[in-house]
Design a protein around this ligand. Sequence first.
Ligand code: E4P
Length: 218
Amino acid sequence: MKFFADTANLAQILEVHALGVLDGVTTNPSLMAKEGIKGEENILAHYALLAREVPGDISAEVISTDYEGILREGRKLAKIADNIVVKVPMIKEGIKAISTFKNEGIRTNCTLIFSAGQALIAAKAGASYVSPFIGRIDDISGEGVQLIAQIVNIFSNFGMETEVLAASVRHTLHIVQCAELGADVVTCPPSVILQLINHPLTDIGLEKFLADHKKLNG
Ligand code: E4P
């Protein structure tokens, strides 16, 4: 399973990359705004920087919601680097644009997916990735990981090439559940990826090993 960092913060991305476990990055307009990146020139420059620093795919989201606008923006984003994936919202105009991008050889990530039907039509249109938002489903008392199970099952029934990118991941249990279900990718805040390392019994065990060693060796 691939790990993507769900942030536009370069320092946080590099912290995970330094561990050798990072496969890509996803951003969205809210995450870009959180870093204070504004204005078309700065936004494109930031994507170029991320695309240079991270060897894997970088999802860069369009702001337009009309077909022509999505195409215009997406083509510009795709030109930045080969590892830029154009992130397109799950709307009718978005699906149409994903089909066109597919014919042009531009890779896409269909975002804001909350049902298996949405994932299916995005895959039919030729999306490279679909992004079901599991945390936001949990937030309204649903079971986000069940959606991952459904989509993984449907895509495997038909050998669909579209990758299931579990998004809106809130904690390490989400990551483990997505891994058990066979999601291709999880995108998580870097802090959640780092939390995978921690276990109190590891800390207690290490402390004891070092103390025992010290008793004899000083
Ligand atoms: C996905 O690509 C989105 O950037 C993200 O996972 C949304 O997560 P949130 O629900 O924590 O905002």
